[in-house]
Unconditional design. Sequence first.
Length: 317
Amino acid sequence: MEMADRLAAVLGAPIRTGNPDELRFCCPECRARKGTPDRKYHMYLNTRKGAWFCFRCSNKGRDLSRFLGKNAIVTQPTDNWELLDRAMGALVGTSNNTVAERVSVAYPCETVPVYDGADAWRYLVEQRRMSPEDVSFYRMVFGYMESVPRVFVPTFSHGELVYWVGRKFFTLDPSPKYMNPSIAKDHVFNLDRVNLDYPVIITEGVFSGIACGRNGVSLFGKSPTMSQIRRLLECQAQDFVVALDGDALPEALEIGRFLLYGGKSVSFVQFDEGDDPDSVASIDEHLNSREVVDIEFLARMEIDYGRSNRRARYQKR
Protein backbone atom coordinates (compact mmCIF):
# COMPACT_ATOMS: atom_id res chain seq x y z
CA MET A 1 0.00 0.00 0.00
CA GLU A 2 1.37 3.44 -0.93
CA MET A 3 2.13 5.98 1.76
CA ALA A 4 -0.76 8.20 0.62
CA ASP A 5 -3.22 5.31 0.94
CA ARG A 6 -1.94 4.39 4.39
CA LEU A 7 -2.30 7.98 5.56
CA ALA A 8 -5.77 8.27 4.03
CA ALA A 9 -6.88 5.20 5.95
CA VAL A 10 -6.04 7.04 9.18
CA LEU A 11 -6.64 10.72 8.39
CA GLY A 12 -9.28 10.55 5.69
CA ALA A 13 -9.09 11.34 1.98
CA PRO A 14 -6.49 14.06 1.21
CA ILE A 15 -6.26 16.82 -1.37
CA ARG A 16 -3.20 16.83 -3.62
CA THR A 17 -1.20 20.02 -4.21
CA GLY A 18 1.21 21.06 -6.94
CA ASN A 19 3.99 19.22 -5.08
CA PRO A 20 3.88 15.45 -5.85
CA ASP A 21 5.24 14.68 -2.35
CA GLU A 22 2.68 16.84 -0.55
CA LEU A 23 -0.87 16.14 0.62
CA ARG A 24 -3.43 18.24 2.44
CA PHE A 25 -5.51 16.64 5.20
CA CYS A 26 -8.14 17.81 7.63
CA CYS A 27 -6.09 18.23 10.79
CA PRO A 28 -6.92 15.70 13.56
CA GLU A 29 -5.77 18.14 16.27
CA CYS A 30 -7.93 21.15 15.36
CA ARG A 31 -10.97 20.06 17.36
CA ALA A 32 -8.94 19.87 20.57
CA ARG A 33 -6.85 22.98 19.89
CA LYS A 34 -9.41 25.28 18.26
CA GLY A 35 -12.72 23.93 19.59
CA THR A 36 -14.07 23.01 16.14
CA PRO A 37 -12.90 20.40 13.62
CA ASP A 38 -10.89 21.25 10.54
CA ARG A 39 -13.06 20.90 7.42
CA LYS A 40 -10.87 22.82 4.97
CA TYR A 41 -7.72 20.65 4.81
CA HIS A 42 -5.39 23.01 6.69
CA MET A 43 -2.75 20.36 7.46
CA TYR A 44 0.02 20.05 4.86
CA LEU A 45 1.99 16.78 4.99
CA ASN A 46 5.11 15.92 3.02
CA THR A 47 5.28 12.15 2.54
CA ARG A 48 8.93 12.13 1.47
CA LYS A 49 10.15 14.26 4.36
CA GLY A 50 7.85 12.76 6.95
CA ALA A 51 6.75 16.15 8.27
CA TRP A 52 3.47 18.04 8.59
CA PHE A 53 2.13 21.43 9.64
CA CYS A 54 -1.42 22.72 10.22
CA PHE A 55 -1.96 26.36 9.29
CA ARG A 56 -5.07 26.54 11.49
CA CYS A 57 -3.97 25.20 14.87
CA SER A 58 -0.14 25.09 14.39
CA ASN A 59 0.00 21.31 14.92
CA LYS A 60 3.30 20.11 13.46
CA GLY A 61 5.66 17.17 13.64
CA ARG A 62 8.30 15.12 11.83
CA ASP A 63 7.49 11.53 12.79
CA LEU A 64 4.84 9.76 10.69
CA SER A 65 4.79 6.85 13.14
CA ARG A 66 2.33 9.01 15.04
CA PHE A 67 -0.16 8.21 12.27
CA LEU A 68 1.17 4.96 10.81
CA GLY A 69 2.65 3.14 13.79
CA LYS A 70 6.21 2.59 14.92
CA ASN A 71 7.21 0.65 11.78
CA ALA A 72 6.68 3.61 9.44
CA ILE A 73 9.74 4.25 7.25
CA VAL A 74 10.39 7.78 6.00
CA THR A 75 13.41 9.51 4.56
CA GLN A 76 15.44 12.03 6.47
CA PRO A 77 14.79 15.74 5.89
CA THR A 78 17.00 17.53 3.39
CA ASP A 79 18.81 20.79 3.99
CA ASN A 80 16.11 22.62 2.06
CA TRP A 81 13.41 21.19 4.30
CA GLU A 82 15.40 22.31 7.32
CA LEU A 83 15.46 25.86 5.96
CA LEU A 84 11.72 25.77 5.42
CA ASP A 85 11.05 24.29 8.84
CA ARG A 86 13.07 27.04 10.50
CA ALA A 87 11.13 29.66 8.54
CA MET A 88 7.85 28.13 9.67
CA GLY A 89 9.03 27.96 13.24
CA ALA A 90 9.96 31.64 13.18
CA LEU A 91 6.37 32.55 12.49
CA VAL A 92 4.74 29.87 14.61
CA GLY A 93 6.78 31.01 17.58
CA THR A 94 5.33 34.53 17.50
CA SER A 95 2.29 35.80 19.35
CA ASN A 96 0.44 35.94 16.05
CA ASN A 97 0.43 32.19 15.48
CA THR A 98 -3.33 31.76 15.58
CA VAL A 99 -5.87 32.80 12.98
CA ALA A 100 -8.32 35.21 14.50
CA GLU A 101 -12.01 35.35 13.68
CA ARG A 102 -13.20 38.30 11.62
CA VAL A 103 -13.55 41.41 13.79
CA SER A 104 -15.04 44.60 12.36
CA VAL A 105 -13.52 47.97 13.21
CA ALA A 106 -14.60 51.59 12.83
CA TYR A 107 -12.81 54.62 11.47
CA PRO A 108 -11.26 56.76 14.23
CA CYS A 109 -13.20 59.85 13.19
CA GLU A 110 -16.05 60.99 10.98
CA THR A 111 -15.23 60.41 7.32
CA VAL A 112 -16.62 61.25 3.89
CA PRO A 113 -15.76 59.72 0.49
CA VAL A 114 -12.92 61.45 -1.33
CA TYR A 115 -14.57 63.72 -3.91
CA ASP A 116 -13.31 65.85 -6.78
CA GLY A 117 -12.21 69.24 -5.46
CA ALA A 118 -11.38 68.15 -1.91
CA ASP A 119 -7.82 68.53 -0.58
CA ALA A 120 -7.72 64.75 -0.21
CA TRP A 121 -8.56 64.44 -3.92
CA ARG A 122 -5.76 66.81 -4.90
CA TYR A 123 -3.35 64.89 -2.70
CA LEU A 124 -4.22 61.52 -4.23
CA VAL A 125 -4.77 62.48 -7.87
CA GLU A 126 -2.37 65.37 -8.36
CA GLN A 127 0.43 64.61 -5.89
CA ARG A 128 0.40 60.80 -5.82
CA ARG A 129 -0.72 60.52 -9.49
CA MET A 130 -3.52 58.14 -8.62
CA SER A 131 -6.36 57.76 -11.12
CA PRO A 132 -9.90 58.87 -10.17
CA GLU A 133 -10.99 55.29 -10.92
CA ASP A 134 -8.59 53.96 -8.30
CA VAL A 135 -9.83 56.42 -5.69
CA SER A 136 -13.34 55.08 -6.26
CA PHE A 137 -12.36 51.42 -6.63
CA TYR A 138 -10.49 51.31 -3.32
CA ARG A 139 -13.35 53.18 -1.56
CA MET A 140 -11.09 55.82 -0.05
CA VAL A 141 -12.44 58.29 2.48
CA PHE A 142 -10.96 61.20 4.42
CA GLY A 143 -11.45 62.88 7.75
CA TYR A 144 -9.71 64.68 10.61
CA MET A 145 -8.16 62.30 13.12
CA GLU A 146 -7.32 64.34 16.20
CA SER A 147 -7.45 67.48 13.99
CA VAL A 148 -4.97 66.01 11.47
CA PRO A 149 -6.32 65.53 7.91
CA ARG A 150 -5.90 61.94 6.76
CA VAL A 151 -6.88 59.81 3.78
CA PHE A 152 -8.11 56.39 4.91
CA VAL A 153 -7.53 53.31 2.74
CA PRO A 154 -9.93 50.60 3.96
CA THR A 155 -9.79 46.80 3.93
CA PHE A 156 -13.12 44.98 3.87
CA SER A 157 -14.08 41.36 4.50
CA HIS A 158 -17.57 40.16 3.62
CA GLY A 159 -18.70 43.76 3.43
CA GLU A 160 -17.34 44.71 6.87
CA LEU A 161 -14.50 47.13 7.56
CA VAL A 162 -11.75 45.05 9.19
CA TYR A 163 -8.69 47.32 8.87
CA TRP A 164 -7.68 50.76 7.68
CA VAL A 165 -4.54 52.76 7.01
CA GLY A 166 -4.65 56.54 7.55
CA ARG A 167 -2.14 58.71 5.64
CA LYS A 168 -1.80 62.35 6.65
CA PHE A 169 -1.56 64.95 3.89
CA PHE A 170 -0.91 68.68 3.39
CA THR A 171 0.13 69.23 7.00
CA LEU A 172 3.29 69.90 8.99
CA ASP A 173 1.83 68.29 12.09
CA PRO A 174 4.50 66.16 13.85
CA SER A 175 2.14 63.18 14.22
CA PRO A 176 3.11 59.91 12.46
CA LYS A 177 2.77 59.84 8.70
CA TYR A 178 0.72 56.63 8.84
CA MET A 179 -1.80 55.45 11.43
CA ASN A 180 -3.70 52.17 11.73
CA PRO A 181 -5.98 50.50 14.29
CA SER A 182 -4.41 48.83 17.33
CA ILE A 183 -5.42 45.31 16.31
CA ALA A 184 -3.64 42.31 14.84
CA LYS A 185 -2.90 42.33 11.12
CA ASP A 186 -5.18 39.40 10.31
CA HIS A 187 -6.17 40.45 6.78
CA VAL A 188 -4.49 41.18 3.46
CA PHE A 189 -5.43 44.39 1.67
CA ASN A 190 -7.38 43.81 -1.58
CA LEU A 191 -6.91 40.02 -1.56
CA ASP A 192 -10.66 39.39 -1.84
CA ARG A 193 -10.89 41.41 -5.08
CA VAL A 194 -7.99 40.05 -7.15
CA ASN A 195 -8.44 38.41 -10.55
CA LEU A 196 -7.46 34.78 -10.00
CA ASP A 197 -6.38 34.38 -13.64
CA TYR A 198 -3.45 36.77 -13.14
CA PRO A 199 -0.49 36.84 -10.72
CA VAL A 200 -1.15 38.29 -7.28
CA ILE A 201 1.50 40.87 -6.37
CA ILE A 202 2.41 40.96 -2.67
CA THR A 203 3.65 44.29 -1.32
CA GLU A 204 4.21 45.93 2.07
CA GLY A 205 2.11 49.12 2.05
CA VAL A 206 -1.31 49.83 0.62
CA PHE A 207 -0.03 52.50 -1.77
CA SER A 208 2.57 50.05 -3.09
CA GLY A 209 -0.22 47.54 -3.65
CA ILE A 210 -2.31 50.13 -5.48
CA ALA A 211 0.69 51.09 -7.63
CA CYS A 212 0.91 47.46 -8.81
CA GLY A 213 -2.63 47.51 -10.20
CA ARG A 214 -5.85 45.78 -9.28
CA ASN A 215 -4.02 42.52 -8.44
CA GLY A 216 -1.72 44.20 -5.94
CA VAL A 217 -2.22 43.19 -2.30
CA SER A 218 -0.54 44.46 0.87
CA LEU A 219 0.56 43.03 4.22
CA PHE A 220 0.60 46.38 6.12
CA GLY A 221 4.30 45.80 6.73
CA LYS A 222 7.15 43.51 5.77
CA SER A 223 6.59 40.69 8.30
CA PRO A 224 3.41 38.62 7.72
CA THR A 225 1.31 37.11 10.49
CA MET A 226 0.17 33.49 10.41
CA SER A 227 -3.34 34.72 9.59
CA GLN A 228 -2.03 36.53 6.54
CA ILE A 229 0.03 33.54 5.42
CA ARG A 230 -3.03 31.32 5.72
CA ARG A 231 -5.13 33.74 3.69
CA LEU A 232 -2.51 33.80 0.93
CA LEU A 233 -2.31 30.00 0.85
CA GLU A 234 -6.09 29.61 0.81
CA CYS A 235 -6.46 32.11 -2.02
CA GLN A 236 -7.41 30.23 -5.20
CA ALA A 237 -4.82 32.12 -7.25
CA GLN A 238 -1.86 29.97 -8.30
CA ASP A 239 0.75 32.57 -9.27
CA PHE A 240 2.25 35.04 -6.81
CA VAL A 241 4.82 37.80 -7.19
CA VAL A 242 6.69 38.87 -4.04
CA ALA A 243 7.48 42.59 -4.41
CA LEU A 244 8.47 43.87 -0.98
CA ASP A 245 10.55 47.02 -0.44
CA GLY A 246 14.24 47.00 -1.30
CA ASP A 247 15.31 46.53 2.33
CA ALA A 248 13.11 43.49 2.98
CA LEU A 249 14.86 40.60 1.23
CA PRO A 250 14.88 38.26 4.29
CA GLU A 251 11.13 38.73 4.74
CA ALA A 252 10.54 38.26 1.01
CA LEU A 253 12.45 34.95 1.11
CA GLU A 254 10.36 33.82 4.07
CA ILE A 255 7.09 34.57 2.28
CA GLY A 256 8.36 32.81 -0.84
CA ARG A 257 9.14 29.63 1.10
CA PHE A 258 5.63 29.52 2.57
CA LEU A 259 4.02 29.99 -0.84
CA LEU A 260 6.21 27.34 -2.47
CA TYR A 261 5.43 24.93 0.35
CA GLY A 262 1.74 25.59 -0.28
CA GLY A 263 2.07 24.55 -3.92
CA LYS A 264 2.04 28.06 -5.37
CA SER A 265 4.16 29.39 -8.22
CA VAL A 266 6.41 32.20 -6.97
CA SER A 267 8.45 34.91 -8.64
CA PHE A 268 10.44 37.78 -7.16
CA VAL A 269 10.88 41.45 -7.92
CA GLN A 270 13.90 43.01 -6.26
CA PHE A 271 14.16 46.75 -5.70
CA ASP A 272 17.18 48.86 -4.85
CA GLU A 273 17.68 49.90 -1.24
CA GLY A 274 15.18 52.63 -0.43
CA ASP A 275 12.85 51.81 -3.35
CA ASP A 276 9.39 50.24 -3.35
CA PRO A 277 6.64 49.69 -5.96
CA ASP A 278 5.16 53.13 -5.25
CA SER A 279 8.42 55.05 -5.64
CA VAL A 280 10.02 53.61 -8.79
CA ALA A 281 9.56 55.37 -12.11
CA SER A 282 8.12 52.31 -13.88
CA ILE A 283 6.63 49.51 -11.83
CA ASP A 284 5.65 47.66 -15.03
CA GLU A 285 9.31 47.43 -16.03
CA HIS A 286 10.16 45.85 -12.69
CA LEU A 287 7.24 43.42 -12.81
CA ASN A 288 8.13 42.35 -16.34
CA SER A 289 11.66 41.48 -15.18
CA ARG A 290 10.51 39.29 -12.29
CA GLU A 291 12.24 35.95 -11.84
CA VAL A 292 10.46 32.66 -11.13
CA VAL A 293 12.10 30.79 -8.25
CA ASP A 294 12.04 27.42 -6.50
CA ILE A 295 13.11 26.35 -3.01
CA GLU A 296 16.71 25.68 -4.07
CA PHE A 297 16.97 29.13 -5.62
CA LEU A 298 15.62 30.68 -2.41
CA ALA A 299 18.25 28.83 -0.40
CA ARG A 300 21.00 30.23 -2.62
CA MET A 301 19.55 33.75 -2.32
CA GLU A 302 19.56 33.42 1.46
CA ILE A 303 23.19 32.27 1.48
CA ASP A 304 24.23 35.13 -0.84
CA TYR A 305 22.35 37.62 1.34
CA GLY A 306 24.17 36.34 4.42
CA ARG A 307 27.52 36.66 2.67
CA SER A 308 26.82 40.24 1.52
CA ASN A 309 25.76 41.20 5.05
CA ARG A 310 28.96 39.75 6.49
CA ARG A 311 31.00 41.72 3.93
CA ALA A 312 29.14 44.92 4.82
CA ARG A 313 29.77 44.39 8.54
CA TYR A 314 33.45 43.69 7.89
CA GLN A 315 33.86 46.84 5.75
CA LYS A 316 32.38 48.99 8.55
CA ARG A 317 35.09 47.93 10.98
